[in-house]
Design a protein. Structure first.
Length: 105
């Protein structure tokens, strides 16, 4: 278990975003998958903003369950992405391994 701050959850693989330069949790999870042969990782992202880059990194990977609870305000809260909503659940073999809990007033 690691409690990491800042999470870096907005940083894409090749692009900084939202004041995040490195996606610490995604880097650590990918390292653990590759070097330790893990086949199940849970990432709980509890932050005011949705960690879209972490979601993107594992959206089709059934080895990583990404769970995010964040403000959404019906898409009006940054990062203002439709894919931050509850119905984005993963794709391909990762379908069902992405859980968003968007909070609205």
């Amino acid at each position: 278990m690691a409690i990491i701050r800042p999470p870096g959850h907005h940083a894409m693989e090749h692009k900084a975003c939202g004041f995040c330069y490195f996606n610490n949790v995604a880097i650590a999870a990918k390292y653990a998958l590759k070097h330790y042969g893990l086949n199940r990782i849970l990432i709980v992202d509890w932050d005011v903003h949705h960690g879209q880059a972490t979601q993107y990194a594992f959206y089709d990977d059934p080895r990583v369950l990404y769970f995010s609870i964040h403000l959404y305000e019906h898409g009006a809260f940054w990062p203002e992405l439709r894919e931050s909503n509850f119905d984005y659940v993963g794709e391909g073999s990762g379908k069902g391994f992405n859980i968003n809990v968007p909070l609205n007033k």
